[in-house]
Ligand binder design. Sequence first.
Ligand code: GAP
Length: 504
Amino acid sequence: MSTPDVMNKIVSLCKRRGFIFQSSEIYGGLKSAYDYGPLGAELKRNIAQEWWRAMVHEREDIVGIDASILMHPNVWKASGHLAGFSDPLVDCRNCKERFRADKAPKATPGTPTKYHKGGRTSEPEISGVVGAVGYICPTCGSSDLSDERQFNLMFRTSIGPIDPIEAVLDQIQGKQLTRAELREKLDLAVKETAIYLRPETAQAMFVQFNNVMQSVSPKVPFGIAQIGKSFRNEIVTEKFIFRTCEFEQMEMEFFCEPGTHEEWLSHWTAERVKWWKRYLNNGERIRLRQHGKDELAHYASNCYDVEYEYPWGWDELEGIASRTDYDLKKHSEESGTKISYFDQQSNDPATGKPGWRYVPFVIEPAAGLTRAVLAYLVDAYTEETGVDAEGGEKTRVLLKLHPRLAPYKAAVLPLMKKDGMPEAARSLVKEFLHSGINARYDEQQSIGKRYARHDEVGTPYCITVDHQSVEDKTVTIRDRDTTRQERIKIEEAVAVVRGKLAEA
Ligand code: GAP
């Protein structure tokens, strides 16, 4: 299947089956914003739950927090986001597209270019020459481009009952101001109430370091984890939910002794790759890529991306960075609050005396939750061709989601809407739900169509209540991937599914 084909099929399935909808669709939709429907919300929750289980509940050395999205503006000053969290923005003077210079197609300066006026193929061709910047417009191929300017990706809003526009109006009314003077007044007025939607969840773990230390007294090495929304005013949003302005992250800051950070970086890259592969059918579609020196963020001394082979090629899923002591030191300086760790067991390497106070180094596995939803959907999407009852070719579409990620774990299907079958099926669904296993009752359409529907949403087990069930209290359980069925006692159905989920 070609790239657009498979992506189109996944987008269509997501809408048809209630995984992901365009945001505000009845108003024409909001570009690159998405809502998770009944099945998508379950899938996203299940991924988050598996991450939390592996990163927090199964480890004694990591605790979780849930911080607010709005933080003190100085957080972003200290972290470097206010000054440097920007992308180089360029306008194409020909087709008016706005794009990121660092993602534009490269071309050798001085090379002749040909492109259509306004980017429309019906318009005449124009000749140009690639400028010293060494790239062309990704949309129309034009070399007629504006200068690059830095565009800060943080969403700015204001807090409090003051309207910054009113404040500016009061100051400028009746005055003749130059553009620069006006700009200065505007900047000042906005600054007073400016507050930002967090562009990463990470900073809360640094800012709350002292509170976590004082409240639960962890010993270094230890980590603080968080799952939550982040916001970036991306210049280019792309590929369905791959890059959006509002997204969710699963981040963990692991604080360790200086000098042990490379060891912990190796540990966490291995752990994280293992975690991703555990839920994938195609483990070979995961790889690690080390950042080149020119790619490293301002706070990082080393970094690996966990990449997934999406339909369009290898691309980022998670970044695992060695952030040194940059963030804790910056927040300490900016806030005037001492942030450090005192290790009573070790000698200070500088003096050789017992007790060592230091600023911990940080390893940060930072994964995208919404991006994980896409990767697991891509991995699970499967088409199988077979032969139908009349000998014609038929295609079975299924989502081979890992059972722990699947929105519904079991569907309970009465073969017919009579002879006590619906009642027995409903009673079994109740049992599943009381046991904390998300199961669904489904009696609509033929049994074949119901199997097909549940294959398409990734339900791993379909349990059918038939005539025999009423007689001997047994049901059939069908495996989504093999379509094989076995007969089990109805009273054991919940335990059988629970056992399969535990083994998966
Ligand atoms: N605290 C470090 C940090 O935020 P990042 O590489 O910018 O690092 C981590 O982000 C992960 O968050 C990425 O690997 C990606 O999975 C996800 N992510 C980042 N920007 C995103 C966006 N605009 N849309 C969806 N996911 C995004």
